[in-house]
Every structure is written in C-alpha cells, then in structure tokens.
Design a protein around this ligand. Structure first.
Ligand code: FO1
Length: 315
C-alpha cells in the first residue's frame, strides 16, 4: 500500500496498461482507485459483444490472464473455435472456450438492457475483484484505422490483417455522440483527486479514444491533479503491439520523446525506461528515468508505486 490520502485515476488499454493496473491494485485501496479502459476496440463478433481491453484488464486484475499471449485467459482451450471452423464459421478472431462465457454473459446482460459499466461491474465482482474497472463510456465508439489499403475496423486491422497495412490515421466513430462515463467525469473533477496515470498503452488507439471523449481533455487540463504517463516505447520499440510501427508510419520518431510530444501539455510528467535515459534532457517537462518493464508481480507493483510517488512529487 502507498501512503496517500485521496484518489488516483488510471487510463488504460489492454497489454502494458493491464499490467500496471495489476500493480496499482496492490498499492491503493478500492475506494482510492478508478481504472478506466478504452472501448474503441469493442466490436460485435459472432453475434457477441466483445470488449477486448476491458477483458484484458479484468483478467489481469484477477490473475487469470495469459501473460505470453497478452490477451484472453491462461490455460484456455479452443474446442468451440475448432468446431466453428469445421462448420465454415469465421475463425480469424479466436475466442477461447472459457473466454466465451464472458462474452455470452456480457451479450445477454446488454440485451436485457444493462449498461456496459453495469455488466463490467457484475463480471468483476463475480471474479472477486474489489477495485473499480469501468469502460470509458457506455456508448458505442468504434476505432477505425485509415491505412494505405483503405479504412479498416480496428480488429480487422489488428487481428485479421496482423497490423500489416501501413496506417495513415485513426477515427473514433461515434465519439462526438458518446458521453464519457459519469464516474470518469466525477473523478476528474473530484477535489481529492491526487493523480492521473496514463498507463503504458498505445497512445493512438488505446489512450486517445479516452482523451477524445467530450470534456475529458478539458477536465484533465483544469484538474489540479498531476497527469503522468508511462512511456509504452522503450529503446525505440513498443514493449508489445504496433505502437512503434504506427509511429514510423505516421512519420514520427519511435521514441519516448515523441510520446511526450504527442501528449503535449496534457502531461505534467513522463516516466521513461532506463535504456532511454539519454532522451530525458530532450523531453519538455519533468521526466523520471527508471526500469519500466513489468515481467512479474513485483515489477508491476514497483512501477505502480513509482508512478504514484512521481505524481505526488509533482503536486
Ligand atoms: N488478439 C489477437 O491478436 N488475436 C486474436 O485472435 C484475439 C482474440 C481476442 C479475443 C478476445 C479478446 O478479449 C481479445 C482478443 N485479442 C486477440 C486481443 C484484441 O485484439 C485486443 O484488441 C488487442 O490486444 C489490442 O488491445
């Protein structure tokens, strides 16, 4: 536990963000932490409502995730996918047998009229989680990836095309109508908010959808709480996923410094990995240099603790 009076808000996608969120729940009491996940990756597949980032974070918090694959459940089996393939069904997006239960339950509850945040709360409670994980919005926002081969839905780009097409930009369909989750806005404006942590998730397709929701950027700017990010780029490479490839295709250098530039004056501080220490002097604002790779529970907790300490020192 970290000795802090007040609240911390974490903004995350799946992957690295889920790992840091796992560390944060060791440092903060349930009433002190709100984890807000991107839902731009969400889509309907095989008639089911899939929320990949919410599930990656939920499984990581419950220690049920598959750390090698980076998504889905550990010890998963794939009988339903094999059977579906035999029937000529779409098998490009792999839904594990046990993971299917999550999508079935979510789809059923949404069809019954529950909101995505209600269903997420129910699923998290059923898995024994006490900390709050919420979607960025209860409304539908769909990330669309502009590529040299035309525009693709996010999962078509990410899974079906394996991130191969060169990207030229992104669009968050529905963002102009989506209401940020009221709880997110409540926390952003809470007088006892002490820190906002932008997790080491993809800045373009995981964090930007959250920041692009109506009023979120403005609330972050006007919040007295420091905003700190952990760079997802280490030594010119993304720890996992296409962030570095996207940066090159968008004609940006794939560096932690370019991550700082992308977030701009939204950030009060950036945490960068020790291998990038020589970049620190070229990054505007305050940087903290430390090992950021999260390979086990201890390194997740250490990074979470360091992120909170860093923010508190900037206060
Ligand atoms: N990612 C893949 O690369 N291949 C898959 O077949 C796949 C299936 C899948 C099923 C459920 C789920 O919650 C996530 C899944 N992911 C898969 C990950 C997903 O594409 C995420 O959007 C990315 O990890 C980006 O955050």
């Amino acid at each position: 536990m970290v000795n802090i009076e007040g609240k911390v808000l974490a903004l995350t996608g799946g992957g690295g963000g889920a790992k840091l969120a796992r560390g944060l729940i060791e440092c903060l009491a349930p009433e002190q932490l709100l984890i807000v996940a991107n839902t731009g990756d969400d889509f309907t597949h095989l008639g089911l409502s899939i929320s990949p980032d919410l599930d990656s974070v939920m499984y990581a918090l419950a220690d049920l995730n598959d750390p090698e694959r980076g998504w889905g459940l550990a010890g998963e089996s794939w009988q339903a996918m094999h059977a579906l393939k035999q029937l000529g069904g779409a098998d490009w997006f792999s839904l594990g047998d046990r993971d299917l239960a999550t999508h079935l339950q979510r789809s059923l509850r949404l069809a019954e009229g529950a909101t995505l945040s209600e269903v997420t709360g129910e699923l998290c409670a059923a898995l024994g989680l006490r900390h709050s994980l919420v979607p960025m919005t209860d409304d539908r926002v769909s990330t669309r990836v502009a590529t040299e081969q035309g525009e693709l839905a996010f999962q078509e780009y990410f899974v079906r095309e394996q991130c191969a097409p060169a990207v030229t930009g992104f669009r968050f369909e529905g963002i102009e109508y989506a209401q940020p989750l009221p709880k997110l806005m409540e926390w952003l404006t809470a007088p006892d908010l002490k820190a906002v942590i932008i997790c080491p998730s993809n800045p373009f397709v995981s964090v930007d959808p959250i920041l692009s929701l109506k009023g979120v950027r403005e609330a972050l700017h006007s919040s007295p709480a420091p905003v700190v990010a952990v760079s997802p780029i280490v030594g010119g490479l993304a720890v996992k996923g296409p962030a570095a490839k996207m940066m090159q295709e968008l004609k940006m250098p794939a560096t932690a410094a370019a991550v700082a530039e992308w977030y701009g004056d939204l950030l009060d501080g950036l945490m960068i990995d020790s291998v990038d220490s020589e970049l620190a002097s070229s990054i505007p604002g305050t940087t903290r240099v430390l090992p950021t790779l999260m390979t086990d529970l201890n390194s997740k907790v250490e990074l979470a603790r360091a992120a909170i300490d860093f923010a508190l020192q900037l206060d």
